[in-house]
Write a protein that binds this ligand. Structure first.
Ligand SMILES: *Cc1c(COP(=O)(O)O)cnc(C)c1O
Length: 356
């Protein structure tokens, strides 16, 4: 199953496109670096990956992923440390999660050396694409697709694993307004909410479009039984600061994506001595805290957005406004601490930065 001695063939671009990037004005997800990595799975095994110039892909219209969505992805970021050396933030955790997604979607495990060593080699080659100004990074998008040419419904036998990368600026450039969704559902126990499967995002587009038209940025999903317990935001886990405690929904019942940023935030808070509770939290509890004046901060966490402060949380007619951001001790500290670790400005005491 695994590729033992990894021999990555590299075909370099003749001419880099890096001059097309305006380093001071980087959008999220619009530009792609010079190279990509591709590995093929066939007859029960992965062939060694290849790194080649970024290019369009060519598929039969009968390819299974177009029809049945056997497709999963990951999101990782690379930074440059104070000495200008590239580092990748916690990619082993993304590798493990990708394999949890793969298993649930009847897709093959991706060997560590293809995911990690392949990623390192790709980042090394495209290191000039890692932007260095504050709040920028190189976003890394590994993904896997079912590529059988067959219109019948059954698990595929052929797959492609691909990594592309994209210089990234801030995902949100201001605090976000969140709408608590109690009509549509993202995830049920026994479902695929814990995976980064393409279908989880396709199904969220319509409800998200609805609330965008109403002026909100993102949805906070609630559980599918009672619409009472909050789960997570479209692409981020969620944290609430109530009194002097930090509360985040616990990862149970397969309904919540186990974020790497979520884990980093919990680790840093506990290390600092802050009480973190991972448990079910209901919208009633949040409303009661807001009425009592103890609802102090709320933020989303994810690789793309890092830490995104929430300035307003709306549930039915109740628009809960949070205090001014300058007063948010916990969120502001976390943002800085995480950035300092990622950019190598302080000690990487949890060994999160993988050197390329
Ligand atoms: C990717 C993602 C997150 C955040 O996970 P990170 O590992 O922190 O990037 C949270 N929720 C959903 C639904 C996601 O897709």
């Amino acid at each position: 199953m695994s590729v033992d001695s990894l021999d990555i063939r590299v075909k370099k671009v003749e001419k880099s496109r890096i001059h097309e990037i305006d380093a001071l004005n980087i959008n999220f997800g619009k530009h792609y670096s010079d190279h990509m990595l591709i590995a093929y799975y066939e007859n029960g095994k992965w062939a060694p990956p290849e790194i080649m110039p970024f290019h369009n892909l060519y598929f039969s219209p009968a390819t299974t992923f177009f029809h049945y969505g056997q497709a999963i992805f990951e999101g990782v970021k690379a930074y440059k440390d104070a000495q200008g050396n590239p580092t990748i933030f916690r990619p082993q955790d993304n590798w493990k999660r990708m394999n949890r997604s793969a298993e649930r979607m009847a897709m093959p495990h991706i060997p560590k050396n293809i995911f990690i060593d392949g990623m390192k080699k790709l980042i090394d080659l495209d290191r000039a694409w890692i932007p260095t100004s504050e709040d920028t990074s190189l976003y890394i998008r590994p993904f896997m697709l079912a590529t059988d040419e067959f219109i019948g419904v059954r698990p595929a036998e052929k797959f492609m694993f691909i990594i592309i990368t994209s210089p990234a600026g801030p995902y949100y450039n201001k605090p976000v307004s969140i709408y608590v969704q109690d009509q549509y559902v993202r995830a049920f126990p026994g479902g695929i909410g814990f995976t980064k499967a393409a279908g989880n995002y396709g199904m969220s587009m319509y409800p998200t479009q609805q609330i965008r038209n109403m002026g909100y940025d993102q949805i906070l999903w609630t559980d599918g039984f009672e619409h009472k317990y909050v789960q997570e935001i479209g692409t981020m886990n969620v944290f609430f600061v109530i009194g002097d405690k930090v509360i985040t929904p616990d990862i149970t019942h397969d309904t919540i994506l186990e974020g790497v940023t979520r884990d980093s935030v919990i680790t840093l808070l506990k290390e600092k001595g802050v009480t973190v509770e991972e448990r079910p939290i209901s919208i009633d509890e949040i409303e009661a805290a807001h009425k009592a004046g103890t609802f102090r901060e709320a933020f989303g966490t994810g690789t793309a957005a890092s830490i995104a402060p929430i300035y307003a949380l709306t549930y039915h007619d109740d628009k809960m406004m949070l205090p001014p951001l300058e007063q948010w001790d916990i969120c502001n500290w976390l943002k800085k601490e995480l950035a300092d670790i990622r950019y190598g400005r302080i000690a990487d005491r949890h060994h999160w930065n993988l050197k390329v």
